[in-house]
Ligand binder design. Structure first.
Ligand code: SF4
Length: 393
């Protein structure tokens, strides 16, 4: 187990790479233009990849990794929560993305969800969870293997929460690297009520999403360089008839809303390192959909490729704040506005109520990051809309 302050051995290959890079840089400074592709990251420009939780929607992370690979982008740290930790662990263990894709296509509902019948029948409300832990843990172990964080080829942090203290615990930090990766990932996937808490070294841990589903705060303090954060749990589409789909669906929907609110609060006025937020279009897909694997992976690939294209610069060239941004025009339909003032409370810098008690937009054209604009969905009468900047009001 490695502790704080351990001296790392000098790697001759890294030393050779540094020499080669120094020579290339010196040559370029003497007059040749650098031949670096847009978004390509050179080895001395590290970035951190953050993979959110989101149930099976997290299979989109496989497409994210494929898009990064195509561009030669290799994060020097991955921080994962829940299924984000599973995909991150497979990546850190050296599993090729094509193998992850192939394995994901074979996963069926019974491989993950088997009702804990005995517990539910005999212990009733004292049952620790709806589903058994064993099938999920077998799947994790099959993908990640029987290794500790010290054995990983790449740097990984797994987000969990100590159920007793409520403390966020990041497996993979110095002092926590002797743990089995599969155990930490199982704990990170243990959504309370759905899967039982996972015991590690005598303590019980659950899904880190309870406190930080998109662990950017940890990435900001523990990583280097910009952050590329993938949120597969965004929920800006309206859902209907959840209440008729049973306990699990209602419970999960409640969690989705909590997590989205948590992420918005965290990213509003972001003051950490430059952060690129990618939100694959998977909102319409259930967290338990086993027949959408291809669609999920492609959505992750497309969203990452499009976002990196939109940046128009390499990751190490982006400025502080949230990226990418878009210029949008905010509009209020007066006929629909009932003057409830909710938009003014949520975004006082954008709205005010006029003398007639109708919402008025103070600055119609705005620079939006992917996290902006929750007030559009929160207007009770759907009076607020947005359009591209140059469209007519
Ligand atoms: S939230 Fe909607 S209805 Fe309420 S004041 Fe704003 S625009 Fe009008």
């Amino acid at each position: 187990m490695q502790g704080f302050g351990t001296t790392r051995p000098v790697c001759p290959w890294n030393s050779l790479k540094r020499t080669i890079l120094a020579t290339i840089k010196a040559t370029c400074l003497r007059g040749c233009a650098p031949r670096v592709k847009a978004n390509e990251v050179i080895p001395d420009s590290p970035f951190t990849l953050v993979l959110s939780g989101g149930g099976l929607k997290g299979l989109a992370h496989i497409g994210v990794l494929r898009a990064l690979e195509e561009r030669g982008l290799v994060p020097n740290l991955v921080v994962g929560s829940s299924i984000g930790s599973l995909i991150g662990a497979a990546w850190a263990a050296g599993v090729p993305t094509r193998h992850m894709e192939a394995r994901a296509r074979l996963v069926r509902r019974r491989d993950v969800f088997q009702v804990a019948r005995a517990d539910v029948a005999f212990r009733r409300l004292l049952a620790p969870a709806l589903y058994r832990r064993e099938p999920l843990e077998a799947l994790i172990e099959h993908l990640v293997g029987d290794i500790t964080f010290d054995d990983l080829q790449r740097r990984l942090l797994v987000n969990t929460v100590d159920l007793h203290s409520g403390m966020q615990v990041m497996w993979g930090l110095p002092g926590l690297r002797g743990a089995r990766v599969a155990d930490a990932v199982a704990a990170s996937c243990a959504l309370p009520g759905i899967f039982p808490p996972r015991e590690i070294n005598g303590r019980s841990y659950v899904d880190g999403a309870v406190v930080e589903n998109l662990p950017v705060r940890m990435a900001a303090s523990l990583g280097q360089g910009p952050i590329l954060a993938i949120n597969v749990a965004a929920t800006s589409v309206l859902r209907s008839e959840i209440e008729t789909q049973g306990f699990a669906a209602t419970y999960i929907r409640g969690l989705e809303i909590v997590m989205q609110t948590q992420i918005e609060a965290q990213l509003r006025d972001w003051k950490g390192p430059p952060l690129v937020l990618v939100q694959p279009r998977v909102e319409h897909i259930s967290m338990f959909a086993f027949d959408k694997t291809h669609e999920l992976i492609e959505a992750g690939y497309r969203a990452t490729s499009n976002t990196l294209d939109q940046l128009g610069t390499r990751l190490d060239g982006i400025t502080p704040g949230m990226h990418p941004t878009r210029r949008l025009r905010v509009l209020v339909d007066e006929a629909r506005c009932v003057g409830c003032g909710s938009c003014v409370v949520q975004a006082p810098q954008v709205f005010r109520l006029d003398a007639r008690g109708k919402a008025e937009v103070l600055t119609p054209v705005q620079n939006w990051s992917p996290i902006d604009g929750a007030y559009v969905l929160n207007c009770p009468t759907y009076a607020i809309s947005v359009r591209p900047e140059d469209s007519a009001a």
